[in-house]
Design a protein around this ligand. Structure first.
Ligand code: ADP
Ligand code: ZN
Ligand code: ZN
Length: 682
């Protein structure tokens, strides 16, 4: 395929799907420009960034209307064919335009620079140096690690699921697999869920591969840094790229290995624009580029587990903790059997309190988990029944005692806490339920003298506070750490011997079909925080307080038996026709007026019913999502399901392009809509 036909280039420009421009646009160019070349082109009255794209065979040209390319960003090599293939695949699969995706996944700064400015940036790059400190030595591998590394080394390209409990040495396997790729002169891409939560991983890679250049790619970088790191990858200067989901689109000319750490983590799925899964795209990219992909987790996603069961992925298992550290003993407290003090809810059961006190006496640390921040999820007036709802959302506003505010966690609407009930003037309004703030306060009264700290999205809002708080925990300046799932991931807390989930039950009965999978992963991860030191491991414990002690999830947790849990979940999913046994997509619509949003979805359903491609595809009636109104905007959604991924894809590729004109017809006011392929929650 030629990019240029007689001095005319097909250029992908960033037009949102909803603008209706889905193909490339044609521009005159003086010299033939290879596909992948960055350019700037006139569009309407603006000048926009674009990328020369592969011309679709037989596309018609209307030479009279064609404008010239304004600027060619010749300072960087064109984005290579495998990169363009990845973008084209992702655009097709997630139903976005190629131009939108191609430009959206580039560093924002690159889209702004003109040719001379970019040339200056590139010139400055070559001055950068590699670190010179001694590389940290690699430990001798244990037998299962050895087997894993060997299997990877001898493996033909393909996807490997590395399943191993926390502390079983997965990271060491990543490091050695990366070392092999680097030794072969290849680049390595390592994807992690959230980079600020895994500073230890970054440090280990940096220490091991001193002398190699490593860059990070994530959204917290400054625009200049992000461009610099991206260029280092694209120009081949960087050997290692460590990044979050957006890094799956890093251009890497010598890519030889992709590692996806904590592959089950929901943050690999982008939640706006092109809603791509970086994990799934990694697998596709590896396949397309003929390289190995290593997915690692203690609690793999059921999708990946299922593929491994079917033999589509190779599975490698690390079944023991390094140094023989035992996994923590799981203690399930049946909250139903506790004697209730009249009118008072038991927050920390007596046996758990005992255990916490014991840890305190022996100078060990405890982690108390509660997945809800703030002081209390809702304020309530007993006299008239008023509750602290958000006027703009179908949600309660959360009481934050620290600054005495009511805050909506969906739209951000914040007000001072009223002194009296706004409805009836009653002075006695009280907090219902419990968030981390209140738990922290409660623990302080239960454990006088204990040094208690809290880590959640509120306590870590300021830059640097998370690092400081984690450092305090590592330094032993904290006895009891209260936190949300934020602290359950990744951290290697050496002195921690007790982890407690005080109220995990709500997830057992959540409407989202993945809630159980999430909870199990969270609890396994949390359990993994405890007892990482073999010396203390025998004494370490994971506590779960529940009203449903016989729930199979807790039984599997008690045995640290992921396989049993996965098997039972997969049976349920198969019975219910849910992923991974079915493929899903959601069409979401948002408008001020719920009638309009619903009318659009109904019209879309009628279009679907008329499409021959809808055979084998089920389109469900529109329903409101769990939070149906946010910031004054009403939301509705419609589920599309098929037993066959290919059938669903065929249908979407015909149906979605019809939705842009349909939205214009049905909506006289603002209507926003989006398709989410493989949604995380329904
Ligand atoms: P995971 O990634 O599965 O949680 P890690 O790779 O972080 O496990 O290993 C846990 C700990 O054991 C780390 O401190 C690591 O340095 C150490 N470790 C890993 N493999 C070995 C080994 N073969 N010999 C000695 N120590 C090891
Ligand atoms: Zn009242
Ligand atoms: Zn709100």
């Amino acid at each position: 395929m030629l990019a240029t036909a007689e001095g005319i280039a097909a250029v992908a420009v960033e037009t949102p799907q909803h603008a209706g421009l889905t193909a490339t646009l044609d521009y005159h160019c003086e010299h033939t420009l290879p596909p992948g070349t960055m350019v700037r082109v006139p569009l309407g009255r603006r000048q926009v960034p674009g990328m020369v794209w592969d011309r679709a065979a037989g596309a018609a040209l209307d030479a009279a209307k064609i404008k010239p390319i304004a600027d060619v960003l010749a300072a960087i090599p064109p984005l290579p064919a495998p990169w363009r293939q990845l973008v084209a695949f992702a655009a097709g699969y997630y139903q976005r335009s190629v131009g939108e995706l191609a430009l959206a996944v580039l560093p924002p700064e690159l889209r702004k620079l003109d040719a001379p400015a970019l040339a200056r940036r590139v010139a400055r790059l070559t001055a950068s140096t590699t670190t010179t400190h001694e590389a940290a030595p690699a430990p001798a591998l244990n037998d299962s690690q050895q087997a894993a590394v060997q299997a990877l080394a001898t493996m033909a390209p393909g996807t490997t699921l590395l399943h191993g409990v926390t502390g079983s040495g997965k990271t060491e396997v990543y490091l050695q697999a990366a070392a092999a790729a680097l030794a072969a002169g290849r680049q390595v891409l390592v994807l992690v869920p959230e980079i600020n939560l895994t500073p230890q991983l970054e440090a280990r890679f940096a220490a091991r591969f001193a002398g190699h250049r490593m860059v990070s790619l994530h959204s917290a970088l400054t625009p200049a840094q992000r461009l610099k790191h991206w260029l280092a990858a694209h120009l081949g200067h960087a050997d290692l790229v460590l990044g979050t989901r957006l890094a799956v689109f890093a251009a890497m000319p010598r890519l030889g290995l992709i590692v996806v750490d904590e592959e089950h983590d929901p943050s690999f799925k982008q939640q706006e624009g092109a809603r791509y899964s970086a994990r799934d795209l990694s697998v596709w990219r590896g396949h397309n580029e003929g390289i190995a992909v290593l997915l690692g987790s203690a609690t793999p996603s059921l999708e990946s587990w299922q593929r491994a069961e079917q033999g589509a992925y190779r599975r490698l298992t690390l079944s023991e903790r390094i140094g023989g550290g035992a996994l923590p003993r799981v203690r399930v407290v049946d909250m139903g059997t506790l004697a209730r003090v009249k009118g008072e809810e038991v927050v920390i059961s007596p046996p758990l309190l005992d255990a916490l006190q014991q840890r305190l006496r022996s100078g060990e640390q405890s982690l108390v988990l509660l997945n809800r921040r703030g002081y209390a999820p809702v304020l309530h007036c007993g006299a008239c029944g008023w509750k602290s709802g958000c006027p703009h959302c179908s949600a309660w506003r959360v009481f934050h005692k620290i600054d005495r505010t009511l805050r909506c966690h969906h739209c951000g609407f914040t007000e001072r806490v009223p002194r009296a009930c706004p409805e009836c003037g009653n002075l006695d309004i009280h907090a219902i339920g419990r968030g981390t703030e209140r738990l922290e306060e409660h623990l302080a009264t239960l454990l006088p003298g204990a040094r208690i700290a809290r880590i959640d999205a509120d306590s870590t809002r300021l830059k640097g506070t998370l690092e400081a708080q984690l450092a305090a925990v590592h330094a032993g300046e904290v006895d009891v750490l209260v936190g949300t799932q934020m602290v359950a991931k990744g951290h290697d807390f050496r002195r921690m011997t007790l982890v407690a989930a005080v109220n995990p039950d709500s997830a057992l009965f959540a409407s989202d079909f993945r809630a159980g999978e999430r909870l199990f992963a969270l609890l396994m991860q949390a359990a993994g925080r405890a007892g990482r030191d073999a010396a203390q491991g025998s004494a370490s414990e994971m506590w779960v307080q529940t009203w449903h002690p016989r729930h199979p999830l807790f039984a599997a947790l008690a045995k640290h038996d992921f396989a049993a849990f996965a098997a039972s979940q997969l049976r349920d999913r198969e019975g219910a026709g849910l992923p991974p046994f079915a493929s899903l997509a959601l069409l979401r619509a948002e408008a001020r007026d719920v009638v309009m949003a619903t009318a659009f979805l109904h019209a879309a359903a009628r279009l679907a019913a008329a499409a021959p491609e809808a055979a084998g595809v089920m389109v469900y009636p529109p329903v409101p999502p769990p939070i149906s109104r946010v910031a004054g905007v009403e939301r509705m959604q419609m589920l599309i399901e098929s037993r066959s991924r290919a059938a669903l894809q065929r249908f979407l590729s015909v149906w979605v392009p019809q939705l842009t004109p349909l939205a214009k017809e049905t909506a006289h006011r603002v209507l926003r809509w989006a398709v989410d392929v493989d949604p995380l929650a329904i």
